[in-house]
Design a protein around this ligand. Structure first.
Ligand code: ADP
Ligand code: MG
Length: 484
C-alpha cells in the first residue's frame, strides 16, 4: 500500500459539431485532401478578419448548461501567442480566466462513482471556446525524410476546452469523467465525440501528496493520449513514476510528459511555459460576446434528457437493473429505440432483453448503427407479440429477428413465408416425442430413473426434430408424462 494520495485535474478538448469553422466559412471535415478546406483567414494572411460562427457560442452554451455551468453574459476572445508551424497567425484565439477576465462558462461539474461505490462530484473550473491549430505531418510516406509538412484543414476548427478542478482521485475516476463528458457531448449534439477522429482530446495533470495533506503537490502534465484507455494507463504509469521519485528522495519537477502508447511509458516533452509567456491580450478584431437571458433560456430548453437522468429513470420507473440501464443509455439512439419498443406496450424487461441481446449483437456483427437497422421498434414489438400469443417459440423468434434485420420485412410475413408457426398441437408433438424415445432407449431409461440432465437432452432433440418450432411448454409436459 502506498501512503500517497493521487490528485488529478483534466483538460478535455472537444470539437464542436459545426458545419464550418469558428471564424471563417471553410468547411470542417475529416480525411479530406490536405489544405483543401482553407481560406486566407485560416492561413493568417494579412487583411483577413475573423467573423464568429454563432453556432459555436450556441453549442458551447449548450454543453455549459448541460453540466451546470454559469453562463457569463459577457466574455471575450483573447490571443494566446506562441510560435509553431501549425499556427500560421502566431497566436491562437482562445478565452482566458483571471481576476478580471471570464470565459463563456464557469463552474458546474459531473458526478463519478468511486471505488467504494459512493459518488464524487468533480467540479469544473470552466468551459471556454477556442480555435484548433493545424496539423504537422512528419511520418507519412509523401513527406521527404527529415522534413515536415503542415495540413491547415484543421486550423480554425471550433473547440471547447473543459477544465476540471483537481478533484479526481484515481485513474479510473479520470476515465469515467471523460466517458461521462463524452456521453453528454454526444447526447446533446455538441460534438460527434469520435475519439478516433480526435474529436475529444485529453490532457491530464497529476500530482501526489501524503495521505491527509490538503496541499497540492507539484503537478506534471501528461499529453498525447488518444483514447480513454490510454489516459487511464498513462496516469497509472505516471503515478508510479512520481511515487518512485519521492520514495528515492528526489523531487518532482513541474513538466510536460508525452505518453507512448506502444511502450506504455511517459517521457519528458518540455518544461511548461508559465502562462504569462503566452502574452494573452484581448483580440482587437473581435467584439465581446454578449448573451442575454432569453438566449440562455432557449438553449437550456433544447437540452434533451441527459444520460444520468435517463439511467435513473430506467432504473426507478422501469425497474431495470443498473447494468441494463447502463447498456441501454450508452447512446441516445439505443435508448430511443428501446423506448419506442415499450411505447407499443412491450414489458420493459422483455424489451430490454431483446435490445441488449439480439439487437446490439446484430449491430455489432453488421458493424452498423442502430438507425441503420432495418427492423423497426414496431416490428420488434410485433415479433415479441408473436411469442407472447404462442405463434412462434422464443428460439424461432431469434431466427426471425435476424431475417427482419437484414430484409426489413414484417415478422408475421417471415413466419408465414418460412412456415415457422409453433407446433402446439399435442398429438403432432406426441408423435415426435414417441419417435425420439424409441430412437434413444438408454437415455430414456436414465430419464425415467430421474436423471434430470436427460431432460435437456430430449428437449434439444425435440427442438432439432421440429426445427425449433415445438412449443417448449407442451413438449416438456409430454416428456414428463412419458417418463412417469
Ligand atoms: P496551468 O496554469 O498550468 O494551466 P491550472 O491551475 O490552470 O494550471 O490548472 C490546469 C489543470 O491542472 C486543471 O485541470 C487543474 O485542475 C489541474 N491542476 C492544477 N494543479 C494541480 C495539481 N497540483 N495536481 C493535479 N492537477 C492539478
Ligand atoms: Mg491553465
Amino acid at each position: 500500500m502506498s501512503d500517497f494520495e493521487t490528485v488529478i485535474g483534466l483538460e478535455v478538448h472537444a470539437q464542436l459539431a459545426t458545419r464550418t469553422k469558428i471564424f471563417s466559412g471553410a468547411l470542417v471535415s475529416f480525411g479530406d485532401e490536405p489544405n483543401t478546406n482553407v481560406t486566407p483567414l485560416c492561413l493568417g494572411l494579412p487583411g483577413t478578419l475573423p467573423v464568429l460562427n454563432r453556432q459555436v457560442v450556441e453549442l458551447s452554451m449548450r454543453m455549459g448548461l448541460a453540466v451546470g455551468c454559469t453562463i457569463q453574459t459577457r466574455s471575450r476572445f483573447l490571443r494566446k501567442n506562441y510560435f509553431y508551424p501549425d499556427l500560421p497567425k502566431g497566436y491562437q484565439i482562445s478565452q482566458y480566466q483571471s481576476n478580471n477576465e471570464m470565459p463563456l462558462a464557469t463552474g458546474g461539474g459531473i458526478e463519478v462513482v468511486t471505488a467504494d461505490g459512493g459518488t464524487r462530484f468533480i467540479r469544473l473550473v470552466r468551459i471556454h471556446m477556442e480555435e484548433d491549430a493545424g496539423k504537422s505531418i512528419h511520418d507519412e510516406p509523401f513527406v521527404p525524410p527529415g522534413e515536415s509538412m503542415v495540413d491547415y484543414n484543421r486550423t480554425g476548427v471550433p473547440l471547447i476546452e473543459i477544465v476540471s478542478e483537481p478533484d479526481i482521485r484515481t485513474p479510473e475516476e479520470a476515465s469515467q469523467f471523460v466517458n461521462r463528458l463524452r456521453e453528454i457531448l454526444v447526447y446533446t449534439g455538441v460534438s460527434e465525440g469520435d475519439m478516433e477522429k480526435g474529436h475529444v482530446r485529453i490532457d491530464a495533470n497529476v500530482s501526489i501528496r501524503p495521505v491527509g495533506s490538503e496541499e497540492l503537490g507539484v503537478k506534471v502534465e501528461v499529453k498525447n493520449m488518444n483514447s480513454v484507455r490510454n489516459c487511464q494507463r498513462a496516469l497509472e504509469v505516471e503515478i508510479d513514476r512520481q511515487i518512485d521519485v519521492v520514495n528515492s528522495g528526489r523531487e518532482i519537477i513541474q513538466q510536460t510528459m508525452l505518453f507512448d502508447p506502444v511502450r506504455e511509458d511517459v517521457r519528458p516533452m518540455r518544461t511548461k511555459e508559465a502562462s504569462d509567456d503566452y502574452r494573452y491580450f484581448p483580440d482587437p478584431d473581435l467584439v465581446p460576446i454578449v448573451v442575454d437571458q432569453p438566449w440562455i433560456d432557449r438553449v437550456q430548453s433544447q437540452i434533451p434528457e441527459l444520460p444520468a437522468a435517463k439511467r435513473e429513470r430506467f432504473e426507478s420507473d422501469l425497474n431495470l437493473s443498473q447494468d441494463q440501464a447502463d447498456v441501454l443509455t450508452a447512446d441516445r439512439q439505443t435508448a430511443d429505440y428501446f423506448e419506442a419498443v415499450i411505447a407499443v406496450g412491450v414489458e420493459p424487461a422483455t424489451a430490454a432483453n431483446w435490445v441488449q441481446g439480439d439487437v446490439l449483437r446484430t449491430l455489432n456483427e453488421a458493424k452498423i448503427e442502430i438507425d441503420q437497422l432495418r427492423a423497426t421498434p414496431a416490428q420488434l414489438a410485433a415479433l415479441i407479440h408473436l411469442i407472447d400469443n404462442g405463434t412462434i417459440s422464443a428460439n424461432v423468434a431469434r431466427k426471425v429477428f435476424a431475417e427482419m434485420a437484414s430484409t426489413g420485412d414484417d415478422p408475421s410475413d417471415i413466419v408465414e413465408r418460412q412456415g415457422l408457426v409453433q407446433i402446439s398441437d399435442e398429438s403432432a408433438l406426441e408423435t415426435t416425442v414417441d419417435e425420439l424415445i424409441a430412437a434413444h432407449p438408454d437415455e430414456f431409461a436414465r430419464l425415467k430413473e430421474g436423471d434430470k440432465k436427460l431432460q435437456g437432452f430430449f428437449m434439444g432433440q425435440i427442438m432439432k426434430a421440429t426445427k425449433g418450432q415445438a412449443n417448449p411448454k407442451i413438449a416438456s409436459q409430454l416428456l414428463a408424462q412419458k417418463a412417469q
